[in-house]
Design a binder for this molecule. Structure first.
Ligand code: A3P
Length: 345
């Protein structure tokens, strides 16, 4: 009997020990993969034979290794010099639209080995104080990259700010501009939800969406309400078209990026003249989050922060109908100008 109990105990200890060693090995592999400059690219094999436009393997190492170290301030000047790392002005900017899925788009494009993202919204062109600091200040805000890589930044306020198109044109008249849009009423409610959450966090009260979106005097749509105005995409785009031809814009379907991100990303790769590198492997649906998340390699994956994908408050259906009717003619014009049609009601 005693012997049997001892054997059972030994067995349990063996299982627990194996588990502990396994976890330790996993942690070592994970930390190593994130923090060290090393060839770690299980996904590299997916790329198939190396073509003319192939991104060198070192670019992948850089993206997951040295870049990470540098962000933490660990990379030496020598490493930067050795790897020819530079801080480049963006070749493409996600100019908007707020709550269209701008963060998801940037993070997903960053899966591409030739893309390097500016993590923070820089607000250079829409903020007079920042703009006055000059273009070198802006460049210094960019991440380090290899010369063949392209840097992308996103600041959704650019789309709706009067001065921005001219300022971007002065920096680079041939820059590529990405606009991610969602069905305008849903976008407006998402915009409202973000502001509401901010107010609630500060223990403040706030109006209901219906009260803000509909003018109580006229019972018409309140075009002074910012969340409504931002969703009149064509009005903003027309200002941009005074500086840039439509060919320099690419419209991303933000609703489709939620449900079926890969085809949308492939269209962007094409627009940016990048070889197709983002694959289904890089995107997996996380049922708990209710969204697609990103897989960089066998050990490193991530979902967007919880602030993306908020639950929207319920809105009176008559207000939704009114808003949809209001946006309809603007949407038609938007389809006409951009050549991209959506099934918005
Ligand atoms: P909601 O919070 O209304 O759901 P932005 O980054 O421009 O602020 O956009 C936020 C929106 O991105 C979210 O709006 C969410 O629906 C959308 N989104 C698209 N893809 C997502 C993803 N993979 N994970 C989380 N949110 C995503």
């Amino acid at each position: 009997m005693l012997f049997k109990q001892q054997a059972l105990l030994r067995q349990k200890l063996f299982v627990l020990g194996s588990l502990a060693i396994g976890s330790l090995l996993y942690l070592v592999a994970r930390v190593g993969s994130l923090d060290r400059l090393q060839p770690l690219c299980p996904i590299d094999g997916r790329f198939g034979p190396r073509g003319q436009d192939e991104i060198p393997l070192r670019a992948m190492q850089f993206k997951r290794g040295l870049l990470h170290e540098f962000r933490k301030g660990n990379a030496t000047k020598e490493q930067i010099r050795l790897h020819n790392l530079v801080q480049q002005l963006p070749k493409a900017i996600i100019i908007g639209v707020r709550k269209g899925g701008t963060r998801a788009l940037l993070e997903m494009l960053n899966l591409h080995p030739a893309v390097v993202k500016a993590s923070q919204e820089i607000h250079f062109f829409d903020n007079d104080e920042n703009y006055a600091k000059g273009i070198e200040w802006y460049r210094k805000k960019m991440p380090f990259s290899y010369p063949h890589q392209i840097t992308i930044e996103k600041s959704p306020a650019y789309f709706i700010t009067e001065e921005v198109p001219e300022r971007i044109y002065k920096m680079n008249s041939s820059i590529k501009l990405l606009i991610i849009v969602r069905e305008p009423t849903t976008r407006a409610i998402s915009d409202y939800t973000q502001v509401l959450e901010g107010k609630e966090r500060k223990n403040k009260t706030y109006y209901k969406f219906e009260k803000l979106a509909i003018d109580p005097n006229t019972c018409e749509v309140n075009t002074k309400y910012k969340a409504v105005r931002t969703s009149i995409y064509t009005k903003h785009l027309e200002r941009w078209l005074k500086y840039f031809p439509i060919e320099q814009f690419h419209i991303v379907d933000g609703d489709r990026l939620i449900t079926e991100p890969l085809p949308e990303l492939q269209l962007v790769e094409k627009f940016l003249n990048l070889p197709p590198r983002i694959s289904q492997y890089n995107l997996y649906f996380n049922a708990t989050r209710g969204f697609y998340c990103l897989r960089f390699n066998i050990v490193f994956n991530k979902c967007l922060a919880g602030s993306k994908g908020r639950i929207h408050p319920e809105v009176d259906t008559s207000v939704i109908t009114k808003l949809r009717k209001f946006f309809h003619p603007f949407n038609q014009k938007f389809y006409q100008i951009t050549g991209r049609t959506f099934k918005w009601p």
